[in-house]
Design a binder for this molecule. Structure first.
Ligand SMILES: [Zn+2]
Length: 195
């Protein structure tokens, strides 16, 4: 699946907005990404999941694991198309853990799947949690790589589309300097950082 096609789906579904945005981190960006909006459509999830699964069909993957909540839908879809089981990790007092009775066996070949990789933190923490239980993490994958390819999770990594979008402090934001109003997606209020 070509990167242009992936981004076209994101734009068509409203999952990728271009403009002047305030991210949940408080930083400003010219791009806003919300995978959940694209993944509302099971057909889109199946298309993305298939494209990721295609990269790993001959890699001996026994299990797909994802960090909750963002990785759940795409991870499950990849597992379904690989014909393997799916488990997830979640944070317990800040530490990524396997809960709900999920287990992995010693040396089990696991693929970690996330929706968006920004710094790679959630994927790295998931890999640590799985290794602590004896799993062998083969690779990691995501729909979008926001890091421009630079995020290092310690295992080979694949993404359907790679973006290199700067996020900046409001004080360093060029759009703000031009007096353009920043928008917080998902809320109705436009917020000007000049206020
Ligand atoms: Zn700004």
């Amino acid at each position: 699946m070509k990167q242009e096609k992936v981004l076209e789906v994101f734009k068509r579904t409203g999952a990728l907005l271009e403009g002047h945005f305030i991210l949940s981190s408080g930083l400003h960006s010219s791009v806003y990404l919300q995978c959940a909006i694209a993944l509302q459509s099971p057909a889109v999830a199946a298309e993305f999941g298939g494209a990721i699964a295609d990269q790993f069909r001959d890699k001996g993957i026994q299990t797909v694991a994802s960090p909750a909540i963002g990785g759940l839908i795409i991870g499950y879809e990849v597992a379904r198309q690989l014909g393997v089981r799916f488990i997830w990790t979640e944070r317990e007092q800040g530490t990524m853990t396997l809960r709900r009775g999920f287990s992995v066996s010693n040396g089990e070949q696991v693929l970690v799947v996330e929706d968006v990789i920004t710094t790679g933190g959630s994927t790295r923490d998931t890999i640590v949690a799985l290794r602590n239980h004896g799993a062998s993490v083969v690779a990691a994958a995501s729909i979008i790589d926001r890091s421009g390819g630079s995020a290092d999770v310690g295992v080979p990594r694949f993404s359907l589309a790679t973006l290199n979008v700067a996020t900046v402090e409001p004080a360093a934001c060029e759009a703000c300097a031009r007096g353009e109003v920043a928008v917080k997606p998902g809320s109705r209020t436009a917020v000007s950082s000049k206020q």
